[in-house]
Design a protein around this ligand. Structure first.
Ligand SMILES: C[S@@+](CC[C@H](N)C(=O)[O-])C[C@H]1O[C@@H](n2cnc3c(N)ncnc32)[C@H](O)[C@@H]1O
Length: 212
């Protein structure tokens, strides 16, 4: 199950939809649909919810109270926004990952080892364990057959069989932002497919049912 609800930031989602609810109203509505996702999920199924940290902590508290099992808070890096008032600059959205009981499916997903886009050298040193990284990725390697638009940010030569890969972490910094001018072909608020592709690769097998 994947949900990318309105963030209650006052966006225009058409008539009859208010994206500027009072906090308690927004949370009451969120709890309603979260409850439905719990009913619908089969035991072992996964729930991913994308939102601002301020809403996700409330979601997490509700999901905990309903007996769901916390797996990860995945930080999806976004371009830094200006701080408002006495605050830090927000630089990530959260992707909450829960399961209904123990996970039925958890596939290890590998992503390309991040390299400097100017000099091509690897950005991290992996604390002396560099030689333990995989030479080739696994689950996501069918990207070679994927439609081009799935890997919007990658050029063909970025993803080749000689590139080194590393297991995905709980910090995702390669998700193109929804409003990036380069990706104007997507509708406003439309997420980059790479995010869903990674979620699907992590938590499902062919033939499974996904509700979004
Ligand atoms: C952040 S956008 C999701 C965009 C989507 N992930 C995509 O990639 O296109 C939130 C969506 O929730 C829809 N929405 C808003 N209020 C809703 C409601 N009460 N019930 C169902 N959907 C709602 C909006 O129309 C909008 O499409």
């Amino acid at each position: 199950m994947f949900a990318d609800p309105p963030f209650n930031l006052g966006k225009d989602y058409g008539k009859d939809i208010s994206d500027r609810l009072k906090n308690e109203e927004y949370l009451a509505w969120s709890r309603e649909w979260l409850q439905e996702t719990i009913w619908i999920l089969k035991p072992g199924g996964s729930l991913f919810v994308f939102n601002l940290p301020m809403w996700l902590i409330e979601y997490g508290s509700f999901l905990n109270s309903q007996g769901m099992s916390f797996r990860h808070w995945i930080a999806c890096r976004m371009p830094k926004a200006f701080p408002r008032g006495k605050k830090l600059s927000p630089a990530h959205y959260g992707l909450l990952y829960y399961t209904k009981g123990d996970p039925d499916t958890f596939n290890k997903v590998y992503i390309p080892i991040p390299v400097c886009r100017h000099c091509g050298k690897e950005i991290r040193d992996y604390g002396g364990h560099r030689n333990k990284l995989n030479e080739r990725g696994l689950n996501l390697m069918d990207i070679f057959d994927a439609p081009e638009d799935i890997w919007e940010i990658a050029s063909e030569e970025d993803y080749n069989h000689t590139q080194l890969w590393t297991a995905a972490e709980d910090l995702w910094d390669d998700i193109p932002p929804v409003r990036h001018s380069k990706y104007k072909s997507r509708a406003a608020n439309e997420l980059a497919p790479i995010m869903l592709e990674r979620i699907i690769a992590l938590s499902t097998n062919p033939g499974d049912i996904i509700v979004s």
